[in-house]
Design a protein around this ligand. Sequence first.
Ligand code: M6R
Length: 612
Amino acid sequence: MCGIVGYTGFQNAIHILMDGLSHLEYRGYDSSGIALEKDEINIFKASGKLVNLVESLKKADDDKLDAKTGIGHIRWATHGLPTVENAHPHTSSTGDIALVHNGIIENYKEVKSFLENKGYSFKSQTDTEVAAMLIGYEYDIHKDLKTAVEAAIKQLKGAWAFCVMHKNEKGTIVATRKNAPLLIGVGEGENFLASDIPAIIKHTKRAIYLNDGQIAKVTPDLIEIFNPDGTIAQNKVEVLPFEPMALSKMGYKHFMLKEIHEQPDVVRNILQNKIKDEFSKILLSDVNLSEKQLKDINRIQIIACGTSLHAGLVGKYIIEELTGIPTDVEPSSEYIYRSTIADKNTLVIGISQSGETADTITAIKQVKEKGSHVLIITNRKESLLARLSDSLLHVNAGIEVSVAATKSYIAQLMSLYLFAIYMAETLNKSADKVQEIKHELLTLPSKLEAVLSEGMKIREIAKKYSSFKNFIFIARGINYPTALEGALKLKEISYINATGYAAGELKHGPIAMLDETMPVLAIMNKGLVYDKVMSNCEEAFARQARLIGVANHIDDKHKAIFNDYILIPDISDLVSPALNITVLQLLAYHIAEYLGKDVDQPRNLAKSVTVE
Ligand code: M6R
C-alpha cells in the first residue's frame, strides 16, 4: 500500500512526480504529497485524492515548483488519520531531509521515545516521521545521506521502501527497501524511482530491482547500489513488461468495466499453446516438479487473501476432483500464526494478483523453510512472490488497474484448471473429467462473450436492487466460492452489506434475517447440487425474500418463485465458476455505478496490500 515515486534529471520533476502518482493511485488514495529540491526542500501536501494536491499546487509559488529532483507519495493510512500532517513526505527536525515511505515501521514507538529523550518533537502520528527524524539524527553524526540511511535502517524493524533527499546533496535520492517493492527506472541523464512500473513506464523501459536491504544512491548520471554489508552490488538492468496502452480505459467508463470485458481474451491468452484440444496432453513447462516429485505429493495447501483466496477455494474443488490429493485452503493471515504442518511432500500454492501481499509473502517464506515446493500463481511475474517461487504460473491477465479484482480472478481460475489437469495427466487420473474440462475451457471465451452481451439486462436488475442495504448470495459445491466472491465484489465497490453462504447453511442461522428487505441471489448450475439449491431457494421464498437467480437452466418452477433471473449459457459444473462470477461482477459494477460510487478506487481499499 502507498505509492512512492522519485525523479532526478534534467526535466521538471513536478510533472513526472504527479503523473507517476496518478498511476499509483491504485495503491492508496487518502492523501498525497511531494518534496522538491531547490535551495531548500519544499514540501506540498494535501489530504484526500490526488486531485486535491493538483489543486493546491496551482496556488504554489512557481519558483518553488521549478525543480529537477523530487520525491512523491500517495498514502493508504496505517498510522494516523489521512490528514495533511500525516501525509508524506515527512521531514527531519531541521527540514533538511525529506522522506517518503511505503510499509510499516513496527518498532516506531521505541525509536520515537529514544528520539524524544534526545529532545526531538513530532508533528504527526505516523511511523514514517519517526524514520525521517532518525535519519536526520544519524545525518548529524555522519554528514552523509547514504551512511545516515544505512545507520537508521539497522535500528528499524518492519517493512519499508524509502526514498530520501537532503538539501545539501543536490540531485541525489537515496533509496532502500525491505519487504516492500521499489524499482529504479534507468534513463539517459535522468533516473526514476517507483513502487511500481506504471509510474515510470512512459519514460523508460529499463529498470533495476533492489533486493531486500540494498541501498541505492541515485543521481541523474549514476546509480550506485550497495549490499547490506556495504559492498558494491551489480544488479542487472531488466526490460519492463508493460505497454502504456494497457493503462487507458479504452472508452469504458471505468477500468473495472473494461477489465471485465477483457475476460474472454484473458482466457484465450492463457489457454493458448497449453491446451490444443481435449485429446492432447496439456503443455505446462512452467512447473518445475519432476514426475517423481509430483507423485510424492500427498497434500496441497493453498494460501491467499481476498479474491485470490476465493480462487483458491475453487482450486480445491478442481484439484481434489481430478487428482484425489487432499487440498486445504487458508487465508495467509491465519496460516502464519499457527503451527502449520508442511514438509517436502507438501505442495504449497500461493495465489496473489499483485504478488506483493504481505501476509502471503510471510506465509510463503515460512513454508520455504520447511522444504515444501512453492508454486506461485500471480499476475506480476516480476513481483516479490514470483521471485520466491520454485514454480511460477504467470496468469498473464495484463495490468489490472481497478482495485476490485476481476480479470485477474478469472486468470487465476484458469491457472488452477491448467495445473489440476497437468497433475491429473501426470498421475494418470480422471481421464474422462480431464477431457470434459478441456472441452469446456476451450468453449469458455465465447460463453463469456455471451454473458457480457447480457450487460444491459444485468444493468436493469442492478438498478432495481440498488436501494437495498443488505444482500445474501447462496450457492453450493464448486460455486460456493463464487457466492463468496460475488458478495465481496458487491461490498467492496458499493458498500452494501453482502454475505456469501453455502446454501445449505441458510437454515442454520442466516434464514432468521430473511424478509422482503433481504434479496437472495442464488447461483444454480444444472448439475450435482442444482435441486438442493432450488430447495434452499424455496425456503427463502417462503420467508418473502426477493430471489434473483443466476442459472444455466430456467424452468417454470424458477419462474414461479424468482423475481428476476439471468440465464447463462450451458456449462459443466466444474467450469461454471468462471461464467457465474462474470454475472456477479457486472451486477456489482452496475449497482455501484448506479449509486455513483467511486468504482475503480473504493474507499479504504488499495490494490496492493503490503502491510500485515
Ligand atoms: O494481490 P492479491 O491477490 O494478493 O490481493 C489479495 C486481496 O487483497 C485482493 O484480492 C482484494 O480482496 C481485492 N480488493 C479483491 O477485489
